[in-house]
Design a protein. Sequence first.
Lengths: 245, 370
Amino acid sequence: MGKTFKKPEALSDAHTHYCPGCTHGVIHRLVAETIDELGIRGRTVGIAPVGCAVLAYNYFNCDFQEAAHGRAPAMATGIKRVRPDLMVFTYQGDGDLASIGMGEIIHAANRGEKFTTIFVNNAIYGMTGGQMAPTTMPDQRTSTSPFGRKVEEVGMPIKMAELLAALQTPAYISRQTVIKPKYITKAKKAIKQAFTYQLENKCFSLVEVVSTCPTNWGMTPVQAVEWTEKTLLAYYQPGDYKVPA
Amino acid sequence: MALNFIEGNEAVALGAMAAGCRFFAGYPITPATTVYNAMLKYLPPEGGVCLQGEDEIASIGYCLGASMAGHKVLTATSGPGISLYSEQISFAIGSEIPLVIVNVQRLGPSTGSATKGADGDIQFMRWGSSSGLPVIVLAPVDVADCYRLTVHAFNLAEQFRCPVFLASNKEIAMTRESVDLDAVELPVTVTRKTADRGKPFLPFATPGDDTAPDFLPIGDQTLVRQTSSTHGVNGYITVDPEEINAFQHRLEKKLTAHVDEFTFFDQDLDPQARTLVVAYGVTARAARVAVAASRAAGKPVSLLIPKTLWPVPERLIVDTAAPYDRVVVVEMNMGQYVREVQRLLPGKTVDFFGQMNGNLIKPEQIREVI
Ligand SMILES: Cc1ncc(C[n+]2csc(CCOP(=O)(O)OP(=O)(O)O)c2C)c(N)n1
Ligand code: SF4
Ligand SMILES: [Mg+2]
């Protein structure tokens, strides 16, 4: 009997540094499978963020260029504009994309840049020790909201997929999650769809992936999955928010 | 006496509270984040405001606004954040907005090594703004200094209405030490001078060519208008070369003419020595050990620890170095402050030892050089 399940070519052999129960690893795998299936590994360039995925270059078997915190869409724009033949994707956390990098992502999407963004929304700053992010839930405790996020003071969490879908420029904007197998299948489909739109030179594409950070949420991996399903998914509802005509 | 076992960043926060700081804003970044955490602990219970910005540019912007409304303000970051502060630092210099910035330096460039110390921003803090006009930079050596110099930093920001940096370093900021804070002598708290409310307000009028203007807050009884564009004493844009010249020179002179009044330093001089070691920040602690060991081994050496780095305390450096044949500058970079020392001591041998590999400079390394 042959091998029925193997590691994608686009993933390296390195062991990741991600914590137990962290979904960064699953998302890496889905992106890598997509790269394999579309046969684009030789011409794919990833843009790594500053965040827990700063080491993503270590885990993918394709070219990787890190960008300064929040600036991945600008870096991707430069690369894609001079090398439209390349497949370019940014991989960004919620602090990176929705806080410091809000300007860059909105303008890249609005210009209709032909690259793909994988947006890992774990409702917190993972790497720097669990500070509040723009995506942190009301009453969620973080190191900078020790008594819970106070909506009266800092507003409601930002729904990036909806926000970007409101732009007039054609784009593919989807929100998924990877906390259980049934969600993973859909997330994979969306990521592949996003890359395919880029391959067809059709539009900017972004998949928001609702993710876990058990370490900074102060939860076990199992609790993190439950909390994501009950709390995060109720607010960040999965689905396609914009599809190009 | 009560010993506190705290890290430098917490001591900074306590110093800020002692100085009357009522506003903090910042964006998470290692190794400065714990200043934010400590301010979050101390500030709101005292009625102050502690805010997380969406990025560094916004965070320092909140600080400028709060300062113009009359509050003493603090922000803290590290190299990548200082890069983003640059625009607003220039703005604060030109608009004469009091502000204290803690730069917990980490090894760069850019994201570099988040958890390794360095003193790589020493020239950057001085020159990282448009125009080349000066700011004040103080460099703590230990936790007690973090406490004391933060109070001085606030006083200087208020007196001279300019950005004041505390040039901390990951190694001081995130290492806990036992310190008796009650035994640390703090200066009397200074608050910016208020302009006479009865008179028409000229926001940039000064009695001399080397002082900061008196202050009235935005949003008070008197109409106050502010611009960072080149302005005359009335705060309106000017194209008059003489007025422009006077303004530029005053911004420079208000600090350089007064540096002797805020030249903080330690020294350990040996009358027998032919060599003077100059070291600042955490490196000064290794230098102390090296100097003591060298003396014990029969080789006398002297030590100067400047704690005011900018404007350069020229008199201190020139006078202290005068009796020595050789000066050795030791710093955690590839040679930054040594440029200032060399510039001031043209006839002398000025040697340099630096290291930028993420490790502290060890006393034995300094002994080898001296
Ligand atoms: C200009 C700048 N400011 C701050 C930082 C510090 N920093 C590093 S990672 C990070 C946040 C990462 O959070 P997120 O993007 O949500 O990614 P996660 O770790 O949660 O995956 C921050 C603030 C930096 N590197 N550069
Ligand atoms: S800190 Fe959070 S986001 Fe980072 S690897 Fe750990 S679980 Fe994942
Ligand atoms: Mg995050």
